[in-house]
Design a protein around this ligand. Structure first.
Ligand code: NAI
Ligand code: ISE
Length: 348
């Protein structure tokens, strides 16, 4: 089956995902697009040389006969309603992070999906498909350096525009660390505190940058996460796990090693599109393959969207209070446990 995909939101990442489906991935094609800004959709199709029909809104696209699966790549606050419409229609949906801007919204989506009886929602936490993080996960799971005790990580970007606000350092940026460290450790967060170091002079007046987020897990791992979004030198994602007998770090991205003029240097990537290109390709190809076989999705789930939303809410509270804020998760429904056999859901 060639999976026919409809894309809702044809901006920066919407175009990236459309292009990878058409240019690099197999088993799918873009047949439909929708955007509250029709000109953006038309421009995306022209720019990418894709022939697809435009639909005036998400419901019209979801109901279209020529659409088997949906990509939700609109702005965060629009995700929840669209994902719910897709589940209602019984259509597979890949939703870029955040699944919803509220924990309550994620719970509603989980309820809808459980009533539907099969996992048809995947959330855009692409780092789980990143080669470096996969290696780090193997090292942590095999206790290569003993039990993890601390994690030091950084999410750095050269700069952000005026639309980027202090809370987005959590909801738009740190959300990736929130998901990947939860996945890496298999451990729930119990508290968070946010600290503001001296401000970066390149940050606009309304933005507090950088930020240091201190998270603690149930097993006692302490996480120090840095978010710096005006650091100029590049788009740089770092993660170091400190264990009982050593440390293990995310590998540096591939680069030529240059020696000249008495100096040695390597390149630092400048953009998330390039840093995680392979991971985006793998997450979307996995989605396409499971949709083609009408299987239950195995990628990052609505439950992980919920964990990220609850943790983000606590981080936002901690940004305001300066205090250590508790993080309380409800228990995970069995429906979302990896053990929940795909067959059980495939019976649907
Ligand atoms: P963008 O602003 O470039 O594009 C958003 C598009 O959605 C625009 O064309 C806009 O007109 C359209 N839109 C807005 N509201 C809509 C609605 N109600 N219905 C349909 N279309 C609507 O934003 P960008 O950077 O592409 O981000 C989109 C989403 O993807 C965000 O949730 C963001 O967090 C996520 N994202 C994830 C990344 C990742 O690394 N996984 C990277 C970049 C973005
Ligand atoms: C963007 O939305 C992404 O998700 C990128 O992965 C992240 O690095 C960036 O900070 C966000 O704005």
């Amino acid at each position: 089956m060639t999976v026919r995909i409809g894309v809702i939101g044809t901006g920066a990442i919407g175009k990236e995902h459309m292009n990878r489906v058409e240019q690099r991935l197999s088993g799918a094609k873009i047949t439909a697009v929708s955007d509250v800004n029709p000109a953006a959709a038309e421009e995306a199709l022209n720019e990418l040389g894709i022939e697809a029909n435009f639909y005036p809104d998400d419901q019209a696209l979801i109901d279209a006969e020529e659409v088997d699966a949906i990509f939700v790549t609109s702005i965060g606050p629009a995700h929840e309603a669209t994902v719910r419409k897709a589940i209602e229609a019984g259509k597979y949906v890949f939703c870029e992070k955040p699944l919803s801007v509220t924990a309550k919204g994620c719970k509603t989506i989980m309820q809808d999906e459980m009533e539907y009886g099969k996992r048809i929602v995947q959330v855009g936490f692409m780092r789980q498909f990143d080669k470096g993080y996969e290696q780090l996960k193997q090292a942590v799971d095999s206790k290569l350096v003993g039990e993890p005790l601390m994690i030091k990580c950084a999410h750095r970007a050269p700069e952000v525009d005026a639309a980027y606000t202090t809370d987005m350092a959590i909801t738009d940026t740190l959300i990736h660390e929130i998901n990947i460290l939860h996945w890496l450790l298999g451990d729930n967060y119990i508290s968070v505190q946010v600290l503001y170091p001296r401000k970066n002079k390149h940050a606009l007046p309304h933005l507090r940058d950088p930020q240091v987020i201190l998270l603690e897990t149930e097993s006692g791992v302490l996480i120090q996460a840095e978010v710096s979004v005006n650091i100029k030198y590049g788009y740089d994602i770092q993660c170091e796990v400190v264990g009982e007998e050593g440390i293990v770090s995310l590998p540096e991205t591939e680069s030529l090693n240059i020696r000249n003029n008495g100096k040695q240097s390597t390149d630092v990537l400048q953009d998330w599109k390039v840093r995680f290109q392979d991971a985006y390709d793998k997450e979307i190809q996995a989605f396409i393959n499971q949709v083609a076989k009408q299987e239950a999705l195995q990628g990052p789930s609505a439950w992980e969207g919920y964990v990220a939303a609850v943790t983000s809410d606590a981080c936002l509270k901690a940004q305001e209070s300066g205090q250590r804020e508790p993080i309380e998760l409800e228990s995970m429904p069995a429906f979302y446990s990896k053990e929940e056999t795909a067959e059980a859901q495939a019976l649907r």
